[in-house]
Design a protein around this ligand. Structure first.
Ligand code: HEM
Ligand code: HEM
Length: 171
Protein backbone atom coordinates (compact mmCIF):
# COMPACT_ATOMS: atom_id res chain seq x y z
CA UNK A 1 0.00 0.00 0.00
CA UNK A 2 2.87 2.40 -0.59
CA UNK A 3 1.12 3.90 -3.62
CA UNK A 4 1.45 7.49 -2.37
CA UNK A 5 -0.60 10.03 -4.27
CA UNK A 6 1.02 13.28 -5.44
CA UNK A 7 -0.44 15.21 -2.53
CA UNK A 8 -0.50 13.20 0.71
CA UNK A 9 -2.41 14.39 3.76
CA UNK A 10 -0.41 16.21 6.42
CA UNK A 11 -0.30 14.58 9.87
CA UNK A 12 -2.39 16.07 12.66
CA UNK A 13 -0.17 17.40 15.45
CA UNK A 14 0.25 15.84 18.89
CA UNK A 15 -2.25 18.19 20.60
CA UNK A 16 -4.92 17.47 17.94
CA UNK A 17 -4.40 13.74 18.39
CA UNK A 18 -4.53 13.96 22.21
CA UNK A 19 -7.81 15.93 21.89
CA UNK A 20 -9.24 13.38 19.44
CA UNK A 21 -8.39 10.20 21.36
CA UNK A 22 -8.67 11.73 24.84
CA UNK A 23 -12.15 12.98 24.03
CA UNK A 24 -13.22 9.48 22.97
CA UNK A 25 -12.27 8.20 26.45
CA UNK A 26 -14.42 10.95 28.03
CA UNK A 27 -17.30 10.15 25.65
CA UNK A 28 -17.20 6.41 26.40
CA UNK A 29 -17.18 7.21 30.12
CA UNK A 30 -20.24 9.47 29.59
CA UNK A 31 -22.04 6.57 27.91
CA UNK A 32 -21.12 4.12 30.66
CA UNK A 33 -22.46 6.39 33.38
CA UNK A 34 -25.68 7.33 31.52
CA UNK A 35 -28.86 7.53 33.59
CA UNK A 36 -31.73 5.06 33.10
CA UNK A 37 -34.53 7.13 34.57
CA UNK A 38 -35.20 10.70 35.59
CA UNK A 39 -36.03 9.64 39.17
CA UNK A 40 -32.31 9.06 39.73
CA UNK A 41 -31.91 12.86 39.86
CA UNK A 42 -33.56 12.80 43.30
CA UNK A 43 -30.05 12.07 44.58
CA UNK A 44 -28.54 15.59 44.98
CA UNK A 45 -24.95 14.34 44.74
CA UNK A 46 -25.66 12.58 41.45
CA UNK A 47 -27.48 15.63 40.09
CA UNK A 48 -24.52 17.88 41.01
CA UNK A 49 -22.03 15.42 39.50
CA UNK A 50 -24.03 15.20 36.24
CA UNK A 51 -24.18 19.00 35.96
CA UNK A 52 -20.44 19.49 36.62
CA UNK A 53 -19.57 16.66 34.21
CA UNK A 54 -21.78 18.10 31.44
CA UNK A 55 -20.18 21.57 31.87
CA UNK A 56 -16.70 20.04 31.67
CA UNK A 57 -17.70 17.99 28.62
CA UNK A 58 -19.04 21.10 26.88
CA UNK A 59 -15.96 23.17 27.77
CA UNK A 60 -13.64 20.44 26.46
CA UNK A 61 -15.63 20.23 23.23
CA UNK A 62 -15.48 24.02 22.78
CA UNK A 63 -11.73 24.21 23.44
CA UNK A 64 -11.10 21.34 21.03
CA UNK A 65 -13.34 22.84 18.34
CA UNK A 66 -11.61 26.24 18.62
CA UNK A 67 -8.15 24.68 18.60
CA UNK A 68 -8.93 22.63 15.49
CA UNK A 69 -10.50 25.60 13.67
CA UNK A 70 -7.47 27.81 14.19
CA UNK A 71 -4.92 25.09 13.42
CA UNK A 72 -5.85 22.29 11.00
CA UNK A 73 -9.54 21.22 10.95
CA UNK A 74 -8.88 18.51 8.36
CA UNK A 75 -5.87 16.75 6.89
CA UNK A 76 -7.52 16.69 3.44
CA UNK A 77 -5.08 18.21 0.93
CA UNK A 78 -5.96 21.48 -0.87
CA UNK A 79 -6.52 19.58 -4.13
CA UNK A 80 -9.49 17.64 -2.64
CA UNK A 81 -12.73 18.16 -4.58
CA UNK A 82 -14.98 20.88 -3.08
CA UNK A 83 -17.81 18.34 -2.68
CA UNK A 84 -15.69 16.01 -0.57
CA UNK A 85 -14.44 18.95 1.52
CA UNK A 86 -18.03 20.06 2.24
CA UNK A 87 -19.01 16.46 3.09
CA UNK A 88 -16.09 16.08 5.52
CA UNK A 89 -16.85 19.44 7.12
CA UNK A 90 -20.56 18.57 7.48
CA UNK A 91 -19.68 15.23 9.06
CA UNK A 92 -17.35 16.83 11.59
CA UNK A 93 -19.91 19.55 12.39
CA UNK A 94 -22.67 16.94 12.86
CA UNK A 95 -20.51 15.24 15.50
CA UNK A 96 -19.72 18.50 17.30
CA UNK A 97 -23.35 19.67 17.20
CA UNK A 98 -24.88 16.40 18.39
CA UNK A 99 -22.35 16.07 21.23
CA UNK A 100 -22.91 19.69 22.30
CA UNK A 101 -26.71 19.19 22.14
CA UNK A 102 -26.42 16.17 24.45
CA UNK A 103 -24.57 18.19 27.08
CA UNK A 104 -26.77 21.33 26.75
CA UNK A 105 -30.03 19.34 26.89
CA UNK A 106 -28.63 17.41 29.89
CA UNK A 107 -27.93 20.74 31.63
CA UNK A 108 -31.49 21.85 30.78
CA UNK A 109 -32.91 18.62 32.26
CA UNK A 110 -30.94 19.25 35.46
CA UNK A 111 -31.99 22.92 35.67
CA UNK A 112 -35.68 22.12 35.06
CA UNK A 113 -35.59 19.27 37.56
CA UNK A 114 -34.01 21.51 40.23
CA UNK A 115 -36.62 24.21 39.62
CA UNK A 116 -39.27 21.71 40.74
CA UNK A 117 -41.29 21.16 37.53
CA UNK A 118 -40.12 17.77 36.21
CA UNK A 119 -43.47 17.01 34.52
CA UNK A 120 -43.88 20.10 32.28
CA UNK A 121 -43.49 20.71 28.54
CA UNK A 122 -39.99 22.14 29.08
CA UNK A 123 -38.80 18.82 30.46
CA UNK A 124 -40.38 16.87 27.60
CA UNK A 125 -38.59 19.11 25.07
CA UNK A 126 -35.25 18.78 26.88
CA UNK A 127 -35.65 14.98 27.04
CA UNK A 128 -36.54 14.88 23.34
CA UNK A 129 -33.29 16.67 22.46
CA UNK A 130 -31.27 14.55 24.91
CA UNK A 131 -32.50 11.23 23.54
CA UNK A 132 -32.32 12.21 19.86
CA UNK A 133 -28.92 13.91 20.06
CA UNK A 134 -27.41 10.57 21.09
CA UNK A 135 -28.93 8.90 18.02
CA UNK A 136 -27.46 11.59 15.73
CA UNK A 137 -24.11 11.26 17.53
CA UNK A 138 -24.05 7.47 17.02
CA UNK A 139 -25.00 7.86 13.36
CA UNK A 140 -22.46 10.58 12.57
CA UNK A 141 -19.68 8.77 14.48
CA UNK A 142 -20.52 5.54 12.61
CA UNK A 143 -20.28 7.33 9.26
CA UNK A 144 -17.06 9.03 10.40
CA UNK A 145 -15.41 5.71 11.22
CA UNK A 146 -16.59 4.25 7.88
CA UNK A 147 -15.10 7.30 6.09
CA UNK A 148 -11.81 6.85 7.96
CA UNK A 149 -11.61 3.18 6.89
CA UNK A 150 -12.47 4.20 3.32
CA UNK A 151 -9.53 6.64 3.33
CA UNK A 152 -7.27 3.95 4.76
CA UNK A 153 -8.20 1.61 1.90
CA UNK A 154 -7.56 4.45 -0.55
CA UNK A 155 -4.16 4.94 1.07
CA UNK A 156 -4.29 8.74 0.84
CA UNK A 157 -2.78 9.40 4.29
CA UNK A 158 -5.96 10.73 5.99
CA UNK A 159 -6.20 7.65 8.23
CA UNK A 160 -2.55 7.90 9.25
CA UNK A 161 -2.88 11.65 9.91
CA UNK A 162 -4.90 10.76 13.05
CA UNK A 163 -4.78 7.01 13.77
CA UNK A 164 -1.61 5.55 15.33
CA UNK A 165 -2.12 1.96 14.10
CA UNK A 166 -2.41 0.17 10.69
CA UNK A 167 -0.57 3.07 9.05
CA UNK A 168 0.33 3.23 5.37
CA UNK A 169 3.92 2.10 4.93
CA UNK A 170 5.24 5.49 3.83
CA UNK A 171 7.85 7.84 5.36
C1 HEM B 1 -16.36 9.16 19.58
C2 HEM B 1 -15.75 8.87 18.45
C3 HEM B 1 -15.16 9.92 17.52
C4 HEM B 1 -15.42 11.25 17.40
C5 HEM B 1 -16.44 12.08 18.17
C6 HEM B 1 -14.53 11.77 16.37
C7 HEM B 1 -14.50 13.09 15.94
C8 HEM B 1 -13.64 13.61 15.00
C9 HEM B 1 -13.60 14.98 14.55
C10 HEM B 1 -14.58 16.07 15.03
C11 HEM B 1 -12.60 15.10 13.66
C12 HEM B 1 -12.18 16.36 12.89
C13 HEM B 1 -10.97 16.95 13.50
C14 HEM B 1 -11.31 17.54 14.86
O1 HEM B 1 -12.08 18.51 14.93
O2 HEM B 1 -10.76 17.01 15.85
C15 HEM B 1 -11.98 13.81 13.53
C16 HEM B 1 -10.91 13.51 12.71
C17 HEM B 1 -10.50 12.24 12.41
N1 HEM B 1 -10.94 11.07 13.01
FE1 HEM B 1 -12.34 10.91 14.43
N2 HEM B 1 -13.75 10.75 15.88
C18 HEM B 1 -14.11 9.61 16.55
C19 HEM B 1 -13.59 8.35 16.37
C20 HEM B 1 -12.69 8.01 15.37
C21 HEM B 1 -12.22 6.67 15.10
C22 HEM B 1 -12.65 5.42 15.89
C23 HEM B 1 -11.38 6.77 14.03
C24 HEM B 1 -10.61 5.69 13.30
C25 HEM B 1 -10.90 4.43 13.35
C26 HEM B 1 -11.28 8.17 13.67
C27 HEM B 1 -10.50 8.67 12.67
C28 HEM B 1 -10.32 10.00 12.37
C29 HEM B 1 -9.43 10.51 11.34
C30 HEM B 1 -8.56 9.67 10.39
C31 HEM B 1 -9.53 11.90 11.36
C32 HEM B 1 -8.79 12.91 10.47
C33 HEM B 1 -9.76 13.35 9.37
C34 HEM B 1 -9.28 14.58 8.67
O3 HEM B 1 -8.18 15.06 8.94
O4 HEM B 1 -10.05 15.09 7.82
N3 HEM B 1 -12.10 8.90 14.51
N4 HEM B 1 -12.63 12.90 14.35
C1 HEM C 1 -22.21 15.29 28.38
C2 HEM C 1 -23.18 15.03 29.19
C3 HEM C 1 -24.16 13.89 29.03
C4 HEM C 1 -24.15 12.79 28.22
C5 HEM C 1 -23.07 12.40 27.19
C6 HEM C 1 -25.35 12.04 28.49
C7 HEM C 1 -25.69 10.84 27.88
C8 HEM C 1 -26.87 10.17 28.09
C9 HEM C 1 -27.29 8.98 27.38
C10 HEM C 1 -26.47 8.28 26.28
C11 HEM C 1 -28.50 8.63 27.85
C12 HEM C 1 -29.37 7.45 27.38
C13 HEM C 1 -30.35 8.01 26.37
C14 HEM C 1 -31.32 7.00 25.83
O1 HEM C 1 -31.35 5.88 26.35
O2 HEM C 1 -32.07 7.36 24.91
C15 HEM C 1 -28.86 9.58 28.87
C16 HEM C 1 -30.04 9.54 29.59
C17 HEM C 1 -30.39 10.46 30.54
N1 HEM C 1 -29.67 11.57 30.91
FE1 HEM C 1 -27.92 12.14 30.16
N2 HEM C 1 -26.06 12.70 29.45
C18 HEM C 1 -25.37 13.83 29.81
C19 HEM C 1 -25.74 14.77 30.76
C20 HEM C 1 -26.89 14.71 31.52
C21 HEM C 1 -27.24 15.67 32.55
C22 HEM C 1 -26.40 16.89 32.95
C23 HEM C 1 -28.45 15.27 33.05
C24 HEM C 1 -29.27 15.91 34.15
C25 HEM C 1 -28.76 16.43 35.22
C26 HEM C 1 -28.84 14.06 32.33
C27 HEM C 1 -30.00 13.36 32.55
C28 HEM C 1 -30.38 12.22 31.90
C29 HEM C 1 -31.60 11.51 32.18
C30 HEM C 1 -32.67 11.89 33.21
C31 HEM C 1 -31.62 10.39 31.34
C32 HEM C 1 -32.66 9.26 31.30
C33 HEM C 1 -33.66 9.51 30.22
C34 HEM C 1 -34.68 8.40 30.24
O3 HEM C 1 -35.55 8.42 31.13
O4 HEM C 1 -34.56 7.53 29.38
N3 HEM C 1 -27.87 13.76 31.41
N4 HEM C 1 -27.85 10.50 28.99
Amino acid sequence: MSEATKEQAREHGLIARVFHWGFIVVFVYALLKQLDAIEQLQDPDLLRFEMVFAMGFLALLAVRFTYMRITMPTALPASTSPRLKVLARAGHLAMYLSLATMAISGLAIGAIYSSGSPEGAGMRIAMFFHENAILVAYLSIGLHIAAAVFHRLKGDGIWSSMVPIWKETQN
